[in-house]
Design a protein around this ligand. Structure first.
Ligand SMILES: *Cc1c(COP(=O)(O)O)cnc(C)c1O
Length: 344
């Protein structure tokens, strides 16, 4: 475990500390506890994300307040974030933390979010579960938050089968994270506890797999980015389907998944669902984007600040096959299926 933590620290190449945790979700839970979030507090959270970003808010008894996306990276919108902060303060409660996500590997607007967080003195929890290998202004994602989390779940760019990491700013908070993750045992010859603990430490066996995975991480990023460029070329001359790309040279995405938006008016009437179903009929799985949290039955009673951008991309966006192991033959098959669909 210690070796794996050192590998990650070396890779992120920053003044940070790493605690290996049993999952990204558990790391988020610890990040909220370490940020001082308590029962009754409010936590601002990007709506367009996987449920694991938001669930830990409820674990600690706090209330999620969901924020819309901006159209360039599909991540937490700085304008809506500030509107929400001001409104929550005017209602009598300053939010305790901001959970920002690098969706599908695309960095969120780091500078804008950071300056708002500093202005209002609210801590940022960076959900980098999908963005190991991504950078912003040449700095690695996973190092921008007051706390940051990584995931090594089976679907991520590298995996330990199941696992995660909490990235902290200093050794004290790393030690506190490991203390909480190993049942909060006080220093004593017997078992003594003065705090509630968790069984959240990554196992040595999983960490061993992780050390091997770190050796292939750069290759995986390259393979995912090759899939992205394949789609950029494929759709360059096709009307009505646009690939989500980095807004400018500051952003570098690992392109964990490549996503497109389908504009039915421009494709000659073919909608996102038409394309998805056509691909399915050719035995090629494509999926809609994450369904925003404020639209989820379990979360739709909580406050939401936005203008409908997340809803729009949820309606028209599609995740394309993006695996690191796809072959030229697979790409041919994908290309033919897409062209067949658009010809119809
Ligand atoms: C996968 C994922 C998580 C949770 O990670 P686990 O290791 O599966 O618990 C959290 N946030 C996002 C955005 C994810 O994609």
């Amino acid at each position: 475990v210690t070796g794996f933590e050192e590998d990650i620290k070396k890779y992120l190449n920053s003044n940070i500390e790493v605690a290996a945790i049993s999952s990204g979700t558990a790391a988020l839970h610890l990040a909220l506890i370490l940020s001082g979030v308590e029962r009754g507090d409010e936590v601002l959270c990007q709506s367009m994300t996987f449920a694991a970003s938001a669930n830990p808010i409820v674990y600690v008894g706090a209330t999620p307040v969901f924020i819309d996306s901006e159209a360039e990276t599909l991540n937490i919108c700085p304008e809506q974030l500030e509107i929400a902060i001001k409104d929550r303060i005017s209602k009598g409660k300053k939010p305790k933390a901001i959970i920002a996500v690098h969706l599908y590997g695309m960095p969120y607007k780091i500078d804008e979010i950071k300056s708002i967080a500093e202005k209002y003195e609210i801590s940022v929890i960076e959900d980098s579960a999908e963005a190991l290998g991504s950078t912003y202004k040449d700095v690695k994602c996973g190092t921008f938050g007051d706390y940051s989390i990584l995931s090594f779940n089976g679907n991520k760019i590298i995996t330990t089968s199941g696992g995660g990491a909490l990235v902290t700013k200093n050794i004290e908070t790393k030690k506190k994270a490991i203390f909480l993750a190993t049942q909060a045992r006080d220093e004593a010859p017997h078992y003594q506890h003065s705090e509630i603990g968790y069984n959240y430490r990554l196992s040595n066996i999983s960490a061993g797999i992780g050390r091997g995975q770190m050796e292939v991480l750069d290759k995986r990023v390259e393979a995912r980015r090759n899939m992205f460029h394949f789609y950029v070329n494929l759709f360059a001359n096709l009307e009505g389907i646009s690939v989500f790309e980095e807004p400018n040279g500051d952003f570098f995405s690992n392109h964990w998944l490549t996503i497109v938006e389908v504009d039915k008016d421009m494709t000659g009437g073919i909608s996102r669902e038409d394309l998805r179903k056509h691909m399915e009929s050719e035995n090629i799985e494509c999926r809609p984007l994450w369904k925003p949290m404020h639209m989820q039955p379990v979360f739709n009673e909580y406050p939401f600040y936005g203008t409908g951008i997340a809803e729009e991309v949820f309606k028209n966006g599609l995740c394309l096959p993006s695996g690191s192991n796809l072959s030229d033959k697979d790409r041919d098959r994908i290309e033919k299926a897409i062209l067949n669909c658009l010809k119809k």
